[in-house]
Write a protein that binds this ligand. Structure first.
Ligand code: B12
Ligand code: SF4
Length: 494
């Protein structure tokens, strides 16, 4: 059996980092971990090939080669998915779909032969058995959430690692909190399930054996969802990193209550965590209350500072469009982002995703307007907002334009670098050839041809004077700033 695994194309969003990737000479940020995991669940004797449309084109010969096509998608990939399914069906292929989009959508799905809802660790082996008996079903719904001990080591070897700027691994699924807008808890549950320490170290070994050195994103919904297990994992990761000469810098996602646990923060720092993404959402207490985000109470700025003081750059998500947002919400968000020194602030308009508590409430209140695009940074609203929608969109655009104007952005980066200054210097995977190439690209594009070159030189000189051992980080953040500025020019047009 020949299996073609396809990851559809992402549109140009904040998370695509599309305008920053060329500086590094990369084509995409992360490989599709869900599909690589699905691949590992298939019988060993089956042949597999991965086509990630974010780094290469899907050729007719690839489709011809396959006996069966497996495709994944998030909501934002649905147009590309439709196209993929159409092409594969036109060539008479059996098509299998799974992933977050097909699991949660209320729309009619593209015409596939088999659809998998939820996690596939138990349903996929069942499908393989059914197929052998000629009794494969159209729909497979996971009846329970499988323990992550059932999750095999992903088939990383199917990817061409050099095209990606980071690798991803997963430690846990689910989150114990109950934010009203969140679909994670609906898809992956509220009891965080984790892998064992041995599973994690085996994944690191596998990536290292494939030659990976650099950033590794631990793609958990909330890395500290199961604190007891994380506490046992981190010292093992620190030991592994030391034994292998610190080949990885980790990024992960966590809830803000991470700041309350200094021991955990120290463990993360020692294990090589250098960036953490946090859902801060809003500085407005009433809106946090509305969103049931109880873990974000108290001194939010102090919490961000605490995390930064452990050497971790804080990245964060912010939302406007809550019912309780006051008219000055836009200035308050800008002010918060400025004071918190968060260079990469992903600000979005509140979207109601299917199955969430927010979706159900708005449905009861008769305020839903249809399914969201899945990309909360384009200026569309899928429910009737309390604030005048034109005002909301205009305010959102003002935030984007302001926080990604070069002066504001570079100031935040410098503040963040000052707050995260530690003894560890450049990561061990720092590669002089890559650095020189990136440096030349950044220098030419941002320092010579860009209209904001004066701001770039001002930033660059200060960063180099104050943090001479952090050149790679300086270049990365300059490239990111360019990406966000480009996108704000598209989404932030008022
Ligand atoms: C890593 C990640 C990313 C990475 C992408 C990595 C990649 N190339 O795939 C980045 C950071 C780029 C990203 C971006 C975005 N993401 Co994202 N992301 C995640 C995250 C945290 C982990 C994904 C992952 O690797 N999981 C691990 C694998 C093993 O799990 P899995 O993918 O679910 O796969 C399992 C099953 O779903 C199933 N399965 C999956 N595919 C298939 C296919 C077949 C054929 C079968 C049979 C089964 C199957 O089997 C797997 C094993 O059980 C998830 C949350 C989550 N917990 O999954 C959000 C999530 C997928 N992202 C989400 C969103 C909204 C986004 C953004 C739109 C955010 C934004 N506003 O910009 C962007 C869009 C992408 C872009 N580039 O523009 C949503 C999707 C919601 C939806 N219903 O579609 C999620 C669920 C999180 C959330 N609630 O916010 N994301
Ligand atoms: S903390 Fe994050 S993952 Fe957990 S419920 Fe809230 S939004 Fe979802």
């Amino acid at each position: 059996m020949k299996i073609l695994l396809i990851n559809p194309e992402f549109p140009d969003t904040y998370w695509s980092f599309r305008h920053a990737l060329p500086f590094e000479g990369k084509r995409s940020v992360f490989p599709p971990l869900g599909l690589l995991t699905v691949s590992a669940l298939l019988p060993d004797s089956w042949e597999r090939k991965l086509i990630d449309l974010n780094i290469e084109k899907l050729k007719a010969s690839d489709i011809e080669w396959a006996d069966m096509v497996f495709a994944t998608a998030m909501l934002v990939q649905k147009e590309s998915l439709r196209e993929v399914v159409k092409r594969c069906k036109a060539r008479g292929k059996r098509v299998v779909l799974g992933g977050p989009y097909v699991t949660t959508t209320i729309e009619e799905l593209p015409e596939a032969d088999h659809v998998f809802l939820g996690e596939a660790e138990t349903t996929l082996p069942q499908f393989v058995e059914d197929l052998a008996r000629g009794e494969a079903k159209q729909k497979y719904q996971a009846s329970e959430r499988p323990p992550l001990s059932a999750t095999p080591l992903a088939d990383f070897h199917l990817t061409n690692l050099k095209h990606y700027s980071a690798m991803s691994v997963q430690y846990s699924r689910g989150c114990p909190f109950s934010c009203e807008f969140c679909d994670i808890i609906e898809i992956y549950g509220r009891v965080p399930r984790t892998k064992s320490n041995q599973q994690m170290l085996a994944e690191f070994d596998a990536l290292l054996a494939l030659g990976w050195q650099g950033t590794v994103f631990i793609v958990d919904d909330n890395f500290i969802g199961n604190k007891k297990n994380v506490r046992q994992l981190l010292p093992e990761v620190a030991k592994w990193q030391k034994a292998h000469g610190y080949p990885f810098s980790f990024i992960t996602e966590s809830s803000l209550n991470l700041a309350d646990d200094e021991a955990l923060l120290a463990n993360m720092r020692d294990a090589g965590f250098r960036r953490v993404f946090i859902g801060i959402e809003t500085p407005v207490e009433e809106s946090l209350h509305e969103a049931q985000k109880s873990q974000n109470r108290g001194d939010l700025l102090g919490s961000v500072k605490k995390i930064q003081s452990f050497g971790m750059e804080v990245m964060a998500g912010f939302i406007v469009g809550f019912d309780n947002d006051p008219l000055d919400i836009f200035e308050r968000q800008i002010d918060f982002i400025r004071k918190s020194a968060i260079p990469l602030a992903m600000v979005g308009l509140l979207n109601a995703l299917p199955e969430t508590q927010l979706w159900k409430r708005l449905e009861r209140e008769g305020r839903l307007l249809g399914e969201a695009t899945g990309n909360n940074t384009v200026c569309t609203l899928n429910f009737k907002t309390r604030m005048d929608p034109a005002l909301l969109i205009q305010g959102y655009q003002t935030i984007m334009r302001t926080i990604y104007s070069p002066r504001e952005y570079y100031e935040r980066v410098l503040d963040s670098m000052r707050r995260t200054a530690q003894q560890f210097g450049e990561p061990n995977h720092y590669n002089i050839v890559n650095a020189v190439t990136s440096f030349t690209r950044v220098l030419l594009k941002l320092g010579v041809f860009d209209r904001e070159r004066k701001e770039f030189w001002r930033f660059f000189t200060q960063a180099v004077i104050k943090h001479r051992n952090r050149v790679a980080e300086t270049l990365r953040l300059a490239a990111m700033g360019y990406h966000f500025r480009k996108l704000s020019e598209v989404y932030g047009e008022g």
